[in-house]
Write a protein that binds this ligand. Structure first.
Ligand SMILES: Nc1ncnc2c1ncn2[C@@H]1O[C@H](COP(=O)(O)OP(=O)(O)O)[C@@H](O)[C@H]1O
Ligand SMILES: [Mg+2]
Length: 204
């Protein structure tokens, strides 16, 4: 959905990441995360080579697609609200702000490793394996900033930042898949299994 930029209320900057600035804010009374794609991505010339021009729209479309394909997992997936552009021409993605029951922003897994338990890891594994069953491969989960630890009555993961899904950014994987050497699926499982294992080791 295209959002009117003037309907956005910016509150505070919550993160500066590799390719974006993220603010908390409000949209028509709802608390939102506002992601500004105002940093030139270190891979942007590679992206253009592969025909990736608007990463904001790609991320938005990916989110819509994942949520539609995996409705039973929507509770664990970032919820998109819409896209817009500011007067300077910067693309903006708006999604529902992920917050804990006590009102604070949900932590990134990277900073919450000491609060998670075995149950959290097995929930995460179930979610990541179920997404793969639907042929959804989020390729940047080793970056544990893309998994939020949502605390309500229990704790559960929320997966965000679906910019790089399946072969977006890695189009050569279609060719290597053809020759049986590698594929988005194989690479995905290599990465998430490595990540899950390191989380488990950290528990001990
Ligand atoms: N909907 C959201 N709710 C809460 N925090 C968010 C939300 N979206 C992004 N963030 C925070 O901002 C950080 C950067 O956002 P992300 O979409 O991962 O940007 P990038 O593509 O630049 O990595 C995330 O790691 C997370 O901490
Ligand atoms: Mg990220």
């Amino acid at each position: 959905m295209k959002i009117d930029y003037n309907d956005l209320v910016f509150k505070e900057k919550i993160k500066q990441a590799g390719s974006s600035h993220v603010y908390s804010g409000e949209y028509k009374g709802q608390e939102v995360a506002i992601k500004l794609f105002d940093i030139i991505h270190p891979h942007s010339s590679l992206h253009r080579l592969y025909g990736v021009f608007n990463i904001c729209l790609i991320e938005y479309d990916n989110l819509l697609k994942v949520r539609e394909k995996c409705t039973e997992m929507n509770y664990a997936l970032q919820e998109p609200i819409g896209v817009t552009r500011n007067p300077q021409g910067i693309d903006i993605l708006i999604s529902k702000l992920v917050k804990d029951d006590n009102g604070s922003l949900s932590n990134e897994l990277k900073d919450a490793k000491n609060t998670i338990d075995k149950n959290f890891i097995s929930q995460l594994q179930n979610i990541l394996y179920s997404l793969a069953e639907k042929k959804i491969y989020h390729m940047h989960l080793e970056d544990q900033r893309n998994i939020l630890v949502h605390v309500n009555s229990g704790i559960h993961p929320v997966i965000i930042d679906f910019q790089s899904m399946n072969e977006t950014y890695y189009p050569w994987l279609k060719i290597t898949k053809h020759f049986g050497m590698d594929s988005a699926r194989k690479r995905y499982f290599r990465r998430i299994n490595r990540m899950l294992k390191s989380l488990e080791e950290n528990l001990n």
